[in-house]
Design a protein around this ligand. Structure first.
Ligand SMILES: Nc1ncnc2c1ncn2[C@@H]1O[C@H](COP(=O)(O)OP(=O)(O)OP(=O)(O)O)[C@@H](O)[C@H]1O
Ligand SMILES: NC(=O)c1ccc[n+]([C@@H]2O[C@H](COP(=O)(O)O)[C@@H](O)[C@H]2O)c1
Length: 298
């Protein structure tokens, strides 16, 4: 089968021949690169945005929201996907305070230049995120961050998405981008020099944040005790974890490095991609050797 790939030449020129992309049929693919400079519209998909639902069924109208989750996704897990659903449930139906009409979400993998040791190449992370969200009617993957010349701060990324959504004129009322993250990201604002003070003010004070609780971290206390975050607590929506799920990408990488099963921690399509491309230390040879040993011993 002949497969044509459209890729951002700025970032991916050198990668084209070596990376196996998701194949619909599961058969082998031949890759040809067609070089094209992608526009923001190519990189920031808006095709999955839904119509407003809460506002339609009530005389009252609710602010329209697109959730944006910036992160490493190395690799994407079921927990990363789950936080979108948790946030949507909470903002639309469970929150005792202001409710929001969640019309879509963008999953925004970070640029390789962010420099975290655990990051594998951004094209792999994007491909896995796309496979993981194929079946979602409302979560889309943005390649905008990885297509920039270097790392983009979260505040700049959110502002970019807000601008693109504003100029698309999709709804009669305003649409608002909000940051979706786990509690560890909020905690990281305390790390000296990691976040610019004006960015903290912009993200927490103006844009708004939806935070998913993580085991071992008391968010209420963290926010109350922080002189800056406590100023913006009205704008920080804390989503309780009613079903505790603590899958971490770190533990998934550790399992893969030891050629151990990660089934049910990640979508099957993502597992197949990792195995096909032998990512995170997973080795087909070791897997085959183990299989042979098992057969011989039985
Ligand atoms: N178990 C979890 N509970 C709540 N939020 C989570 C959980 N796992 C990840 N997240 C959130 O998902 C987003 C993307 O996560 P990211 O890939 O950057 O880090 P991570 O999953 O903690 O990975 P790593 O283990 O590599 O540090 C972040 O906002 C993070 O806080
Ligand atoms: N100053 C900033 O804007 C800033 C600082 C640290 C992390 N982040 C973002 O947070 C996300 C998660 O990063 P970690 O995986 O390091 O927690 C990434 O998308 C990263 O870009 C942003």
């Amino acid at each position: 089968m002949l497969r044509i790939l459209l890729m951002d030449v700025n970032v991916l020129e050198s990668e084209l021949t070596t990376i196996k992309t998701p194949s619909d049929s599961g058969k082998s693919t031949e890759e040809i690169s067609v070089q094209k400079k992608p526009s923001d519209a190519d990189l920031i998909p808006i095709n999955k945005l839904t119509k407003s639902t809460l506002s339609d069924s009530n005389s009252q109208s609710y602010p329209l929201v697109v959730l944006v989750a910036c992160g490493s996704y190395s690799p994407i897990t079921h927990m990363h996907l789950r936080i979108f659903e948790q946030a949507k449930n909470y903002l639309m139906y469970e929150s005792p305070n202001q409710k929001f009409d969640v019309v879509g979400a963008l999953l925004s993998p970070v640029h390789d230049a962010y420099g975290k040791k655990s990051l594998i190449r951004d094209l792999h992370r994007i491909n896995m995120c796309k496979l993981a969200t194929e079946d979602s009617s409302w979560i889309a993957v943005s390649s905008w961050e990885i297509s920039q010349a270097g790392w983009t701060t979260t505040a700049e990324t959110l502002m970019k998405y807000q601008t693109v959504l504003n100029s698309a004129h999709l709804y009669t009322s305003d649409i608002r981008v909000m940051l979706l993250c786990g509690a560890d990201v909020v905690e990281s604002t305390k790390i000296p020099d990691l976040w610019r003070p004006d960015h903290i003010k912009l993200i927490f004070g103006t844009i708004g944040v939806v935070v998913i609780e993580r085991i071992g971290l008391d968010l209420q206390v963290l926010i109350e005790q922080d002189p800056v975050l406590s100023l913006y607590k009205q704008n920080i929506h804390i989503v309780p974890q009613t079903i505790i799920n603590n899958i971490s990408a770190t533990s998934v990488r550790n399992l893969l490095a030891n050629n151990l099963s990660v089934k049910y921690l990640l979508p099957d399509k993502v597992i197949k991609y990792i195995e096909d491309n032998e990512l995170y230390g997973y080795s087909k040879k070791v897997a085959e050797q183990r299989k042979q040993k098992y057969i011989t011993e039985c």
